[in-house]
Design a binder for this molecule. Structure first.
Ligand code: SF4
Length: 356
């Protein structure tokens, strides 16, 4: 499997630190506008924050709390609500960084059990997407070679005939060639040794279900080169860089010709994915970060109707067809863990409604 890097990554890191500085500003002025009014004047959330494509992680965060996602995406929106005495410091605490790092290490160790990532330099966005396609192709090859597993599989598409392009990476696909089934499996690491609350588990089930839907629609042939070119602003005629071509030539795939454009990779891989079968079963495994012990598992059938219902409502928000919502009253425990709770306008609205 390829692990891509580019010189632009370093610039992006520099930009991130500037963004962090902005996030730690202590705001001294107060305005009375609310988030949705600001957004109205500056375009839909989709145009503003994700003009090309959303990730499955964006939608999982939205499932947790849409208001929190908005604050996370848009420092200027919450900063204008911050009172001078509020210290809005959104930098990760050392404890949060450690938790994240431990989770990444466990995921990497899992991946390394079956494959070693090969660093590949990418020189254009077309190279980047070719690498994603090739990593998807490795899963197809694993399935047809009789392997039991594939890990870190990129999937993408426009689920349920919607107009938003989504990208994500599946943790693991499990192939049972005797039963001729494919199950999707997601590993979640937890700092606590207790099983997740219902709200956390629902978010995880939605996330995995959406991955499965993207995969299934690829198998059903619902993605094509033209849709990718339009939504991702890719030029399918672009030749891949020499460095990437030389990696491809070493793979033993059928991309050997000197004329290796992104379009030829897309056509080949999308065609090959259709030789697989759809996912029907979803598994989630919760593991304790420190002991690596399994805390709990979820093993369930894919609930496409639920995924579609949630996704359709989410899509309305991204397209500016409705305002922003926070958590429902029964989920207000989430606010205790939220860094925005002091200035959250959704909480103000809910409190006002209850006081009526
Ligand atoms: Fe969402 Fe509660 Fe945070 Fe507001 S305080 S953003 S409703 S989790």
């Amino acid at each position: 499997i390829f692990d891509m890097w580019s010189e632009a990554d370093e610039q992006e890191l520099a930009d991130c630190s500037k963004y962090d500085d902005l996030k730690t500003l202590e705001q001294s002025s107060i305005f009375s506008m609310d988030c949705d009014k600001i957004l109205e004047t500056q375009g839909t959330p989709r145009h503003r924050y994700r003009p090309k494509y959303l990730t499955v992680s964006d939608l999982a965060k939205q499932h947790w709390c849409e208001q929190q996602l908005l604050y996370d995406l848009s420092p200027e929106v919450y900063l204008i609500r911050a009172l001078p005495e509020m210290k809005v410091n959104l930098k990760e605490t050392p404890e949060q960084s450690e938790t994240k790092e431990k989770g990444s290490d466990i995921h990497l160790a899992r991946e390394m059990e079956i494959q070693v990532p090969v660093p590949v330099k990418v020189e254009s966005k077309e190279d980047e997407w070719a690498v994603k396609l090739l990593n998807l192709q490795f899963a197809v090859m694993a399935f047809h070679k009789g392997c039991k597993l594939a890990r870190e599989i990129p999937v993408f598409g426009m689920p349920f005939g919607g107009d938003i392009f989504i990208f994500g990476i599946i943790d693991e696909l499990q192939f049972d060639l005797q039963q001729y089934t494919i199950a999707i499996s997601e590993l979640k690491t937890r700092k606590s040794c207790h099983p997740p609350k219902k709200g956390q588990q629902e978010k995880d089930e939605f996330q995995v279900g959406l991955y499965a839907q993207l995969f299934n629609e690829l198998v059903q042939g619902k993605m094509n080169k033209d849709l990718m070119a339009i939504h991702l602003q890719l030029n399918m005629e672009t030749q891949l860089s020499q460095g990437l071509k030389s990696h491809i030539n070493g793979l033993g795939t059928n991309f050997r010709s000197a004329n290796c454009s992104l379009g030829s990779v897309v056509d080949t891989v999308l065609n090959q994915v259709q030789s697989m079968i759809c996912i029907k079963e979803v598994k989630i495994e919760y593991i304790h970060q420190d002991t690596k012990a399994v805390i709990s598992t979820v093993d369930t059938a894919l609930d496409t109707n639920y995924i579609q219902k949630v996704f359709t409502e989410q899509q309305q928000w991204w397209n500016g067809q409705r305002g922003t919502r926070g958590v429902e009253v029964e989920d207000c425990w989430k606010c205790h863990f939220c860094k925005f709770s002091e200035l959250c306008e959704w909480r103000e609205i809910m409190a006002a409604k209850q006081g009526r």
